[in-house]
Design a protein around this ligand. Structure first.
Ligand SMILES: O=C(O)CCC(=O)C(=O)O
Length: 339
């Protein structure tokens, strides 16, 4: 099969035309400053009300935060990064066995975002895995590198627990019962995107991933500690998030924005590339059960604004999300607003 991935060993001295963004959409890297007040929340604090308060503040003003002392085994995290690098270092023939452009596939290696729907491509390869229930999906995962299945399964179990803890903090911070989000989302799905951004000869002209919000409920992102690339939109400006050792970046997704009746923000974020080093990130997405009915929590609609969003199932939402290009100007959630 023809190599369609960027991690094919082919060296590019300039980027192909199909990756070049129009002038008005480029990342303008020199105008991006470092975010100097990233909320960092220590989850080992015995003061639970303080954690809840900090989570609430971060969700309202940024839609994202970082957690440290999060309880996920640091050795499991290290091994996850190592096996991910090993996977992208495999021969192109080996990797292409998993290649697919069909977003409905539960295991696939792909490139860019939605290569058949988008006008301009992104400088990214990614391995996308469904991860829950593990028994169903692990047999379909790559068996090369040989440690892949065990390492990634362990990581998935730990990260899922962390996600549930954070959902409790978020529920409480909205004045809801701690299990509110978990109860509404049902038996949550879990997906993973292992993103690999090869060095790019012209990083000013393209993105690893352009600005987007995540369609799911909560994202737990492991950043490459040695190579920056994540940027978030803060008060209309893109700011760079410096990787913090032993931390996860937590992003509020569209479903929590909807449940919170727009009080919390599904954060706009993007990944930029650089000319020197490959970069890796591992995004774990907790997603509502397919049939879960998502609508603003009743107590949050009683301030005179009513429900901003109409009710929808996650299946409906997810289909809509993948039928579009990742657009930098409008979140998919806009399409679910009440008149
Ligand atoms: O690579 C990153 O830092 C961001 C990844 C991301 O936004 C995604 O996978 O949706």
């Amino acid at each position: 099969m023809q190599a369609k991935v960027l991690s094919s060993g082919i060296h590019h001295s300039s980027i192909p035309q199909s990756y070049i963004r129009p002038e008005s959409e480029r990342p303008r890297l020199s105008q991006v400053s470092a975010c100097d007040d990233v909320p960092i929340i220590d989850l080992s604090s015995p003061d639970r009300p303080l954690i809840v308060q900090k989570v609430g503040q971060a969700c309202k003003s940024y839609g994202f935060f970082q957690v440290i002392n999060h309880g996920v085994n640091l050795e499991a995290v290290k091994k996850m990064s190592e096996v991910a690098y090993e996977f992208f270092g495999l021969s192109v023939e080996e990797k292409m066995k998993l290649y697919s452009e069909d977003p409905s596939k539960t295991v696939r290696l792909s490139t860019s975002f939605n290569i058949n729907k988008e006008k301009v491509h992104n400088w990214r390869d990614y391995l996308r895995l469904h991860c829950y229930p593990l028994d169903t999906y692990v047999p379909q995962w790559p068996s090369n590198p040989p440690s892949f299945k065990d390492t990634v399964s362990n990581y998935c179990v730990e990260v899922r627990e962390l996600g549930f803890r954070i959902q409790e903090f978020i529920s409480e911070s909205l004045g809801l019962h701690k299990d509110y989000i978990k109860n509404v989302l049902g038996d949550q799905g879990q997906h993973m995107a292992v993103n690999y951004y090869p060095p790019c000869p012209e990083p000013e002209l393209t993105f690893g991933l352009p600005g987007h919000t995540d369609p799911n409920a909560l994202t737990i992102l492991l950043q490459d500690v040695n190579v920056s690339g994540l940027q978030v939109l803060k008060q209309g400006n893109w700011v760079a998030i410096k990787p913090q050792p032993d931390a996860f970046v937590i992003n509020i997704g569209d479903q929590i924005q909807a449940l919170s009746n727009g009080i919390y923000m599904s954060v706009w974020h993007r990944a930029v590339v650089n000319s020197e080093k490959p970069r890796l990130s591992v995004a774990s997405f907790l997603c509502p059960q397919d049939e879960a009915l998502i609508s603003p929590a009743k107590p949050l609609t009683e301030d005179g604004r009513g429900a901003i969003y109409r009710g929808f199932t996650y299946t409906e939402y997810y289909k809509k999300f993948w039928s579009r290009d990742l657009q930098k100007d409008m979140s998919c959630l806009e399409l679910f607003k009440n008149e």
